[in-house]
Design a protein around this ligand. Structure first.
Ligand SMILES: Nc1ncnc2c1ncn2[C@@H]1O[C@H](COP(=O)(O)OP(=O)(O)OP(=O)(O)O)[C@@H](O)[C@H]1O
Length: 328
């Protein structure tokens, strides 16, 4: 049975997506591959933060690489902004998906240790033929400020930056390419709680500033529950459950989702995870009667929703309020 979906336009989607890895087909030796992605159907709405969770090895990274065009699909299709972008050769596949960028889970790995940060950032712009040297430098300085860093950091080498600063540089690097969809692979892994909160707040601000859609891959269910509008749960290459974060964590239906939530520390119904400075102190502390979602463009009289919608996720609100808009 298909999962309920929000009524805002899809920006990125996949149907019947299958990815087999490691298969060998020869005359004498034949080796079956691993179905790392097995019939996945997803539809990600413009402007939302879509979480993908599941245990190690369930296929999250392979799905992300396939959406990006770095891994060829064995069957099925990938859609970006209403166009089918699958079934192409690797270079064409990646080119067709310029609007999707990936933030690596190890930000240091995406930076060349021998290059100053500014040179790495400029290289991305040069490859995409953006501006002359002066314009590139101006854009880099502006983007470093947008991610909360001093422009002077462009002169540093990666090892001269903290983990949090490296993550911000990783974000600056891909945002310079003006993506519409950003795949964040474990964006808070290895950070202490206060740095996690700062990174999550930055991600939220950047989403609003640049009109981004996020695909948020994480093992940390407390962070996923806090920042994602909708969540897909993967198990053995399949999406076994998908729904709004609020509903999925409150009333998980699939036994695997229940087990995953039961195994997660601090997910006993209390607010958990890093608090985000600048957020409402607690979503639950918003007085009942607030009738519009933070990202709904409609004030109470014109909004079709009658619930205290700050307590539900954006996707639920999107379903309830047909005129829901993303304020980017
Ligand atoms: N190149 C490959 N050849 C064969 N099998 C692979 C290859 N890469 C990954 N796999 C297998 O595919 C499955 C999915 O791997 P994937 O890395 O996508 O999982 P994941 O959910 O991202 O894991 P993690 O959370 O640990 O990063 C695993 O069983 C893995 O062993």
């Amino acid at each position: 049975m298909p999962f309920p979906r929000p009524c805002v336009p899809e920006i990125l989607g996949a149907s019947q997506l299958v990815v087999e890895l490691g298969a060998r087909r020869g005359l004498l030796r034949h080796r079956a591959g691993v179905r790392a992605v097995d019939g996945v159907e997803i539809s990600i709405a413009e402007g939302e933060t879509f979480g993908i969770v599941g245990e190690s090895g369930c296929g999250k990274t392979t799905l992300a690489r396939t959406l990006l065009g770095l891994q060829r699909e064995s069957a099925g299709e990938v859609r970006l902004e209403g166009r089918v972008v699958s079934g192409l050769d690797p270079r064409a596949a990646r080119r067709a998906r310029d609007a999707i960028q990936y933030v690596h889970q190890d930000p240091g790995a995406a930076l060349d240790p021998w290059w100053r940060v500014g040179a790495t950032l400029a290289e991305g712009l040069a490859i995409h033929g953006v501006g002359d040297r002066a314009e590139q430098q101006a854009r880099i300085a502006g983007m470093l400020r947008a991610v909360g860093l001093d422009a002077a950091l462009a002169d540093r080498y990666p090892h001269e930056l903290s983990g949090g600063q490296q993550r911000r540089i990783g974000l600056a690097r891909i945002l310079l390419l003006r993506p519409k969809v950003v795949i964040l692979d474990e964006p808070t892994a290895g950070l202490d709680l206060s740095v996690q909160a700062a990174v999550l707040r930055l991600l939220r601000d950047l989403r609003a500033q640049f009109g981004l859609t996020y695909v948020f891959i994480s093992h940390d269910l407390s962070v996923v529950r806090r920042v994602c509008d909708r969540v897909a749960v993967m198990y053995l290459g399949r999406v076994v459950e998908e729904g709004s974060a609020a509903t999925l964590f409150a009333e998980p239906r699939h036994p695997y989702t229940r087990a995953l939530i039961a195994a997660a520390p601090h997910l006993d119904g209390r607010e958990s995870g890093p608090s985000l400075p600048g957020d409402p102190p607690s979503l639950r502390a918003v007085p009942p009667g607030c009738r519009f979602h933070p990202r709904c463009a409609h004030a109470a009289p014109s909004c079709a929703t009658s619930e205290p919608v700050r307590e539900v996720a954006a996707a639920d609100h999107a379903v309830a309020c047909l005129r829901w808009r993303v304020l980017a």
